[in-house]
Design a protein around this ligand. Structure first.
Ligand SMILES: [Zn+2]
Length: 247
């Protein structure tokens, strides 16, 4: 006997539902495994670290709201599931004018033995759910510089308050910032403005990385000053995002 179309679609949606549930379970398993791994190799050195490991603190916001200083990156790793990106600070030199943006800024120190290169980079970490941090790292090689930058970014984690408060939007998702905010760093000033759902991130490519990792989906922006200094631009953006918590 042939199945009716309705039965077929019902079966299909059940399959999809089962798949989603198993995916969700898998995610939870991975999350548990991630936490187990951190705990296994971590001996906390600070009071705050011990409280986190003992399970007394379960939420990063408890720490941030109390303005407690985080000195161990495992605290952040344990409480948040972070993703990281490098910000393109440097510019490659080369024929044809160079100018291609890259993550590493290379400087050289001249000594009797020759030129010693140093690499510096800026990392941004975030959980795509209201937490973001940036950090700089400098080392003789690229990978240690990256690791240092990521570590510092974790210790600099801040929370970002998100809502739907765009006047021309009526959803209830936390997709934008609660109000207009400004931030400054060096000669760069940035203004971030709430935007309705579907607007996207109306900012430069490096700031997109920052806002995306913070969990912001829609925003308008204006920048003033030397925008080519990406370092100051990103810092100004973070300084602005800090103000989302002012009540
Ligand atoms: Zn909205």
């Amino acid at each position: 006997m042939k199945k009716s179309k309705l039965e077929e679609t019902e079966e299909k949606s059940e399959e999809i539902l089962e798949e989603e549930i198993s995916k969700e379970l898998e995610k939870k398993e991975i999350e548990k495994e991630r936490k187990r791994e951190i705990l296994a190799s971590w001996t906390p050195k600070t009071k705050l670290g011990k409280e986190v490991k003992e399970g007394k603190i379960k939420n990063i916001d408890e720490i941030l709201d109390a303005k407690r200083k985080i000195l161990e990156e495992q605290i952040v790793d344990y409480l948040l599931n972070l993703k990281s990106e490098l910000i393109s600070l440097g510019q490659s030199k080369g024929k044809f004018g160079g100018g291609k943006r890259r993550a590493w800024r290379q400087t050289q120190r001249k000594t009797a033995e020759g030129n010693i290169p140093t690499f510096s980079t800026m990392a941004v970490v975030g959980d795509e759910n209201g937490h973001i941090g940036i950090g700089m790292g400098k080392a003789k090689e690229t990978l240690p510089a990256r690791d240092k930058a990521i570590r510092k970014a974790k210790l600099n984690i801040i929370s970002v308050n998100r809502t739907c408060s765009a006047f021309d939007c009526s959803c209830s998702e936390p997709h934008t910032i609660p109000f207009k905010i400004t931030g400054k760093s060096g000669s760069v000033r940035i203004v971030l403005i709430p935007a309705p759902q579907g607007t996207g991130l109306v900012v430069g490519s490096e700031l997109k990385k920052v806002l995306k990792l913070a969990g912001i989906k829609d925003i308008y922006s204006k920048t003033f000053g030397k925008k080519r200094t990406t370092f100051n631009l990103v810092k100004a953006c973070i300084n602005a995002l800090k103000k989302t918590n002012i009540k």
